[in-house]
Design a protein around this ligand. Structure first.
Ligand SMILES: [Fe+2]
Ligand SMILES: [Fe+2]
Length: 568
């Protein structure tokens, strides 16, 4: 082999090497995740291609045509040992050639993989020298010579330091990539949580027991539509709840509520829940194109969907659905996933709990109303001359309260107070209460105890706290000559002053066995005379403003009244 000496002398270490390495490490790490990426970084850094070896299987995974293809078959055990030790090593050193092995395990890759590169470690001085080294490396001497032309040389110490530096940088890059990924995930999670919390905050701030439940559900759907990338969101009521239908659902309640542009008819949406079967009663279900593109799918316009049950007790009250992903086109298939499930499930949980509370509240309210009516019947039964008195006083009091501009809550309270104002008569002697003749002074004093008795009977019932002043003070007079406390003017609470007028009106207008109800003119005169002395003049004014209405109300059958506000 006759090769001129100057032709076989390798160049010195180039200035460009540092820049080349910096370029390969400084910001071009985006793809450095696979073994191929690592090979690329190494090749750019060393300006020399590396061979990728699987040391367990003893095979070359990747080799570059530019590299000096050495025979590695006899070195597999050695390479496996380097892989196990986990740091770059020079595994062969026969001047002027060196063989560098770099395990890929520290970069998060397989422990089986190792990158191997062959380098010139010093200027080649003779053909003989490189031929001897080529033999040791198991490569043809002529090929080694041709390969060495124009190649840079790497002194072994520099080679190793360079390898260690690149590995360290790759490891750091791996960690940075991992951290960046974690940060991105945390940001996405925080964003999703923020959306979820905002949605739940809006929803929970609207939960109450007196509003229309359908309105609440429609609002919940509208807010969900703001947060979920769906063409449409829907709420389907469980129609199999016939036996246990919640009280707050009327018979004509809509069974499918929809917000947005629904990709299917309402009937198809209702059918969807049936198609999903019993599994949808217990858990959330997500279907995407993989399922809905099958020929057996019943509604091709429904492409992506999430369905979560609204837990209502033994059976779901209904289901919340997100239908068709907004970003989905025929080319790009966007999918629903865990974020949408979580949002729907959170809203479903709140609506489920609220509906169960609503149901309990309504049951409690009905029980409360039954107890109050039972008590009212007991009062009226006790005083056989004044049947229906409690209900009429309650109804007239509400009319007066409304006329005086009091709000619905006060009207509810005064209705309840009117019903129970004479509850203390339960403690009055029957013979005195039902005496047809004029009462003696002593008997009258006994009757005058009934407001205090009533107060004592009811004061343990928290829900009736607000009506206690009515019960205790409905016989006070504006001039302070009433009982039991002789309160003067506005010392007596307004609601008690109103009931006092309604009570007197009913007592005077009702028929008694020993006398007919008082003629209207006489009754009006008594009320006018008593304005500002017996009764609050303002309430008497209100009475005369709606006198005809009050007379009609008093004569009519009781219309029934809701206790809702009085319970709150
Ligand atoms: Fe009374
Ligand atoms: Fe009364």
């Amino acid at each position: 082999m006759n090769v001129a000496k100057q032709e076989i002398v390798a160049t010195s270490v180039p200035q460009t090497r540092t820049e080349s390495l910096r370029e390969s490490l400084g910001g071009n790490y985006v793809g450095a995740g696979s073994a191929q990426d690592v090979l690329k970084v190494l090749s750019t850094g060393f300006l020399e291609p590396f061979t990728l070896v699987n040391v367990i299987r003893g095979e070359i995974v990747h080799a570059d045509s530019e590299s000096l293809s050495c025979d590695l078959s006899g070195r597999m055990e050695l390479l496996a040992e380097v892989a196990r030790r986990g740091a770059p090593e020079i595994v062969e050193d026969v001047a002027p050639l060196s063989m560098l092995a770099i395990p890929l395990h520290p970069m998060g890759l397989s422990q089986k993989l190792i990158a191997v590169g062959v380098f010139i470690q010093e200027p080649v001085t003779s053909e003989h020298q490189i031929a001897a080294a080529a033999r040791a490396f198991g490569v043809d001497a002529g090929r080694a010579l041709r390969w060495s032309h124009g190649r840079e040389y790497w002194p072994p110490r520099l080679l190793l330091r360079m390898a260690e530096s690149i590995v360290e940088n790759l490891v750091q890059h791996k960690q940075i990539t991992h951290l960046r990924h974690e940060i991105n995930e945390a940001v996405a999670h925080a964003r999703d949580t923020y959306v979820e919390l905002g949605l739940l905050h809006r929803l929970t701030s609207r939960l109450n027991f007196s509003g229309d439940v359908t309105e609440l559900w429609q609002s919940a759907l509208a807010w969900l539509a703001d947060s979920v990338p769906a063409q449409s969101v829907a709420l389907v009521i469980n129609q199999s709840l016939e036996d246990e239908k919640p009280r707050f659902l009327s018979d004509d309640h809509e069974h499918v509520l929809i917000h947005g542009e629904c990709p299917a008819e309402k009937s198809a949406v209702r059918e969807l829940v049936k198609k999903l079967g019993p599994a949808s009663h217990k858990q959330s279900i997500v279907l995407n194109r993989a399922e809905t593109s099958l020929p057996t799918w019943y509604c091709p316009t429904l492409r992506e969907l999430v369905c979560v049950p609204i837990n209502g007790g033994d059976q779901p009250l209904g289901w919340l659905l997100a239908l068709n992903h907004k970003g989905s086109t025929n080319i790009e298939f966007e999918q629903f996933g865990s974020v949408e499930i979580r949002l729907l499930a959170s809203v479903g949980t709140i609506l489920g709990i609220h509906s169960r509370n609503l149901e309990l509240y309504q049951k409690q309210s009905e029980l409360f109303a039954s107890l109050v009516r039972a008590l009212t019947s007991a009062i009226d039964a006790k005083d056989r001359y004044t049947s229906g008195h409690s209900e009429r006083v309650a109804t007239v009091s509400v009319a007066l309260a409304r006329q005086l501009g009091l709000d619905k809550k006060a009207q509810d309270t005064i209705y309840l107070g009117g019903l129970l104002h004479d509850v203390g008569k339960i403690g009055i002697d029957d013979l005195v209460l039902n005496k047809p003749d004029r009462l003696s002074e002593e008997e009258f004093e006994h009757i005058k105890l009934h407001p205090q008795f009533g107060y004592d009977i009811l004061r343990g019932v928290r829900q009736l706290d607000k009506i206690l002043p009515i019960v205790l003070h409905h016989h006070e007079a504006w001039n302070g000559k009433g009982y039991p406390h002789g309160l003067v003017g506005s010392e007596n609470p307004l609601l008690a002053r109103i009931v006092a007028v309604a009570d007197a009106f009913d007592a005077m207008s009702s028929d008694r066995p020993y006398r007919k109800g008082m003629p209207d003119e006489k009754l009006d005169a008594i009320l006018r005379d008593g304005a500002g002395s017996q009764w609050d003049a303002k309430v008497i004014d209100a009475f005369f403003e709606i006198r005809d209405e009050i007379r009609a109300l008093s004569a009519a059958e009781p219309a029934g009244y809701s206790f809702e506000g009085a319970l709150g």
